[in-house]
Each structure stands twice: as C-alpha cells, then as structure tokens.
Design a protein around this ligand. Structure first.
Ligand code: GLY
Length: 395
C-alpha cells in the first residue's frame, strides 16, 4: 500500500540515511526518486569501502556453496547494473566505469582444476552460464596468462564497475534528486517512546526523521544509543589491494577480469578502461586496522605474478586497504529492524558494490510502501535480533 505523505507533519524529513558509502547513497537516491524527503548524514559522503574496492560484479564466479539466496540477490542486482549505471550517467553526466567485460576464472594446479570443475558443475546444476576452457583456450582469450594455467571457466555475465566513480556519481545524483547531505558525524541515535526518531550530531544539533536507515558499514552496530539486540556485530574484514598502470604500449594487457584461488585466497585482476589494473585482495580479520603491510603487498604480487607474470613490468601506483562489513552469516541485513522506525542496509561483506543497485531499490520500496519485497525477506535483520522484528512492516 502506498504511503500517505500528506499526513507527514511531524518532521520535514521522511527518511534519514546514516552513512554515505555507496549503499547509503543508493538508498537515499532511490528513495528521493520515490518522492520522499530524504537526508543523509556522513562526514564525507562518497567515502567508505568502495574507495578501495576492485568493483568486480561477480555473482557467478564468487558463488559459495550454500549461499543460493545470496546468489538470487546478486543475480538480480547484476541484471540491473547496466541500466543503473546508464541512469546514473544520464542524471549526473558522470561515468561510473561500468564495463561488460566478463570474467575468466583459472586454475593453476591440479587441485585448483578439480575445484574449478566442481564450481562448473555447481553452475550447471543452478542453470548458470559458464563455459569450461582448457589451459590453451584460456590463454587464447588472455595471452598474458602464465603458461602453467591448467584450465579456465569463462563467465560472460560477471562484469566490473569503478567503485570510486560510482561513489562520486551517486553523491551528485543524490544532490540533484534533492537529498540533503549533512557532512557531519552521527553521534547518537535518538530513541523516544521505543521508536527511532533521529540522530544527535557529533558536533551538536539534531536531525529528525520519520524513518531512519542505518548504512554505516562495519561501524553500523557501534552507533551510540542503538538498543542492544537490534543489530548483530558487523565485523570489519580488511582487504588490501594494489593499483598498477598499464602503459599504452602494453594495452590491452588483459581484456576481462581474471581470477583464481591461490593458496586458498581469492585473487583477482580487474583491468579498467582507463588503463588501471586493480589486483586484490587480502582477507584479514583483525579489527579496524587499515594499515597496508609489506606482507599483504608481497602476497598479492607473488600470487598475481604466478597468474600473470607480466605484471612485474607495470608501474605500481597505489596500495590501499579497506574494511568489508561482514555480518555473522556474511549476508546483508536489509529492511526493518526490531526497533520501529529503524531499517538496516549493511553487512554486505564481499558484495557491497555488486549489491548496490538492488539494495537501493529494495530499501526504497520498504520505505515508500511499508512492505518488504520478497527478494529482501531472506535478509531480514530479524534473523539476528534478540527480540522479534515487526514482520513485514517497515514502520
Ligand atoms: N568481492 C571481492 C572482495 O571482497 O575482495
């Protein structure tokens, strides 16, 4: 049922989004497009984990066993990406770096090959498109691959976007759609009569709204004033990543995303249209630490060199580290929490960039209609809450 905005007399803001990473921005943009009055609070909108992400859109090649609901969500988001990126560019004049390159997953030894073959069979059972390649066929697609590559899995539907450009375009889109961006710290959640009402700002003052969305990544559960049991701890999972530059003489170097599992870790190389080659990423659970370490850079270069030996010729232009927001089951929290007036859009872990379009759409639907769309139901924050969530109601 559509929400009657004419009765909205308590505040001049229908929705306040706490957190201005790409998830919070997409929620704010899509919600403003539904005609609601939206504000967003973040000291630096457009920052967050997307500044570090490689931007792989890989629901099929990153598929994990037992994560079929997440696959459905990822496929839904992937299928919206081209239109989402085009709409953002039309609204802002800014390019997002969306590139329909496809992805090649490769195996370096016999064990990797067996694992890749299992993944291929799993794709087949689920009706997902992926093609098995011999090592020679994989090298024909990507001549820079090491001669030792044994096999490949070509997934033509797993693409890429540039997280930094995406974030910048979303900030502009929000501004143009009338979202009020408050460049400030949300110091405390205001809860009155058992309902979320707004936030007190770190530097003083308050922002009030009828509904709030908590989208503060791995800091979400730390918001002071959040009653116990409303959100589980969202753990920070550090990823170190490298940026190399492909000089014109070496182009195209790689034509699509290339990935492998090397020594148990996910390794991927993402070649952007602007000549950047992103190599990621480590997976480290050690709190809120974003130090780039010699060990992290060494491991990435060592493993990437095994896969594509020619990378050692390229200029290394940046090293960085970010924090993925991991929920207890590594799936996102989407929709109403047990605290009336408060919704969550957090815990996207390895899939934040991929899930941005669908998260924006699903949360905007919850906020505008009070109904949780079917696609969001498996990701209800209620699965972690100590007290029952108000089923099916966003308000
Ligand atoms: N999705 C890639 C990563 O989290 O490293």
């Amino acid at each position: 049922m559509a929400r009657d905005l004419s009765t909205d007399s308590r505040t001049d803001t229908d929705v306040l989004v706490i957190g201005g990473g790409i998830i919070g921005l997409a929620v704010a943009w899509r919600t403003a497009q539904r005609g609601l009055r939206v504000a967003l609070v973040d000291p630096a909108p457009g920052g967050g984990a997307a500044q570090v992400a490689a931007g792989m859109l890989a629901p099929v090649t990153e598929l994990q066993y037992g994560e079929e609901p997440l696959l459905r969500l990822g496929m839904a988001s992937n299928s919206r990406y081209a239109d989402f990126a085009a709409e953002l560019t039309a609204a802002t004049g800014q390019d997002t770096g969306y590139r329909a390159t496809g992805t090649l997953a490769v195996a370096l030894d016999a064990d990797d090959k067996a694992e890749l073959s299992e993944l291929h069979a799993f794709h087949h059972r689920l009706g997902l498109a992926s093609s098995w390649l011999t090592g020679r066929e994989a090298r024909r697609l990507e001549p820079m691959l090491a001669p030792g590559v044994r096999a490949g899995l070509h997934v033509t539907g797993d693409h890429q976007v540039d997280g930094r450009r995406l974030a910048a375009a979303l900030v502009t889109a929000c501004e143009r759609a009338g979202v009020r961006l408050h460049r400030a710290e949300a110091g405390e959640l205001l809860v009155e009569a058992d309902r979320a009402r707004g936030v007190r700002l770190g530097g003083g003052g308050e922002l009030r709204a009828d509904q709030l969305v908590l989208a503060a990544g791995s800091r979400s559960h730390q918001l002071p004033g959040l009653p116990p049991g409303v959100l589980p701890a969202i753990r920070p999972v550090k990823g170190q990543i490298l940026r190399l530059r492909i000089p014109g003489a070496y182009a195209p170097f790689l034509s699509r995303n290339v990935r492998a599992v090397v020594r148990g870790g996910h390794l991927y190389l993402v070649p952007r249209a602007n000549g950047e080659l992103v190599i990621g990423a480590t997976t480290e659970e050690q709190g809120y630490d974003t130090t780039v370490t010699a060990g992290g850079v060494y491991e990435l270069l060592r493993d990437a060199h095994e896969l594509v030996p020619g990378i050692t010729e390229l200029p290394l232009v940046e090293t960085s580290a970010g924090l993925r927001p991991g929920s207890p089951d590594n799936a996102p929290l989407l929709g109403p929490t047990a605290l009336p007036g408060l919704l969550a859009a957090t815990g996207h872990y390895r899939n934040g960039v991929l899930l941005t379009p669908v998260t924006g759409d699903l949360l905007a639907e919850c906020l505008a209609t009070g109904t949780v769309p079917e696609l969001a139901v498996p990701f209800s924050p209620a699965r972690f809450a100590a007290v029952p969530t108000l089923a099916g109601s966003a308000r």
